[in-house]
Write a protein that binds this ligand. Structure first.
Ligand code: ATP
Ligand code: LTN
Length: 334
């Protein structure tokens, strides 16, 4: 809590081109619930260097991601949108929390196992302690809720364990955060293989809709989406391709699966695919326009970056000072 407001924290890595999965599973949910909380939306650039990055490219992507948060509908006057690397408290708290996290706990993290297998030539200590930095992100702001996709559940549970362990030694220092899973768009699947999640690191670009795809590309990708021979738009597990398209349609239109089934009763897949493409384009084109406006408005974006980092630092330092005192670091001389 900050004052009488509950706190929401979330973040995304600036790696790869964002997909419709990232948008419907994360960003759009953030926008939908942001009004109810004091919010912090972080571009977690420090997490990104756990795998090798081209420096210029990382800088460019981090700025693009920050602008995408705004373009998606998060008002930077109301939501604290900032870069992790601009608030030194993240790394400082992560160091302290490292000393309250066990090797065994980190060894169990499935994301670590997956990424270690994928980057076998660079299994660095940062990749291993990645979840501790994530815990620091969240606990620094005394977050009550953290909206993320199901794939981050294990990291959230570890965050809670670390916070509870710390609190059991030092008293009530950290708020114990809850995971927030959105109602729609929890898991958007690949258009080419509906058994796999839509992912920015997929090698097949036809499987994913990228947030910057133009309307023709969006429609074309939906026309090519893998479906089945059932020839009816019905929401069930035997038709995973159609189920995924219904999920996407419902998330964009804000309607139920039943309404969608009714709307396309007796219609063919061709019509349905085009309608889904249109609905997605109607969602993404305005976002792209706002993004391009922000690109033209350098001073405005720079000011947000500066002001919001100051605001985030203020709240982060409050927690950090408390933690430093609890663990026994000498007080600062004023
Ligand atoms: P990568 O392909 O590099 O693993 P990713 O596309 O899975 O990346 P992340 O950066 O891991 O994306 O996730 C950012 C946020 O988007 C997380 O909250 C995650 O749960 C959500 N997200 C990612 N992909 C999907 C998806 N297909 N459906 C719903 N949510 C998703
Ligand atoms: N690990 C997350 C990104 C992330 C995050 C966070 C999300 C880093 N720190 C704090 C929520 C809260 C991911 O890979 N999606």
């Amino acid at each position: 809590m900050l004052g009488d407001q509950k706190v929401l924290f979330s973040g995304m890595q600036a790696t790869g081109n964002l997909t419709l999965g990232n948008y419907l599973g994360a960003l759009k949910n953030w926008v939908n619930i942001s009004d109810e909380y004091k919010t912090f939306f972080c571009v977690v650039d420090e997490h990104s260097i756990t795998v090798r990055q081209d420096p210029a490219e990382l800088r460019r992507r981090a700025r693009a991601l920050l602008m995408l948060y705004i373009a998606a509908g998060l008002d930077p006057e109301k939501n604290c949108i900032y870069y992790q690397s601009h608030v030194s408290g993240h790394a400082e708290l992560a160091w302290i929390l490292n000393c309250y996290t066990y090797m065994g706990e980190l060894q169990r993290m499935t994301q670590f196992k997956d990424k270690a297998a994928k980057h076998a030539d660079n299994i660095n200590a940062g990749l291993f302690t990645y979840p501790v930095l994530m815990a620091a992100d969240i606990l620094l702001y005394q977050a009550d809720v953290v909206p993320v996709g199901v794939d981050q559940k294990q990291h959230l549970e570890l965050t809670r364990d670390i916070a509870e362990r710390f609190n059991s030694i030092y008293g009530d220092v950290f708020t114990i955060p809850e995971i927030y899973l959105g109602k729609v768009g929890r898991k958007i699947m690949s258009l080419q293989d509906p058994s796999k999640k839509m992912s920015k690191s997929d090698e097949n670009p036809n499987g994913s809709i990228y947030l910057m795809d133009d309307k023709d590309t969006i429609i074309r990708k939906f026309k090519r989406a893998v479906t089945d021979n059932e020839a009816c738009v019905r929401y069930n597990d035997n038709q995973p391709g159609i189920k995924n398209l219904i999920d996407i349609y419902c998330a964009c239109k804000g309607i139920s699966t039943e309404d969608t089934e009714k709307e396309f009763d007796g219609k063919g897949y061709g019509d349905f695919k085009i309608a889904v493409g249109e609905a997605v384009a109607a969602e993404l084109i305005p976002l792209q326009e706002r993004f391009h406006e922000l690109e033209q408005n350098k001073d405005y974006v720079d000011k947000i970056i500066k002001d919001n980092a100051e605001q985030a630092s203020y709240f982060a330092n409050k927690t950090l000072r408390k933690v430093q005192k609890k663990v026994g670091f000498p007080e600062r001389i004023k």
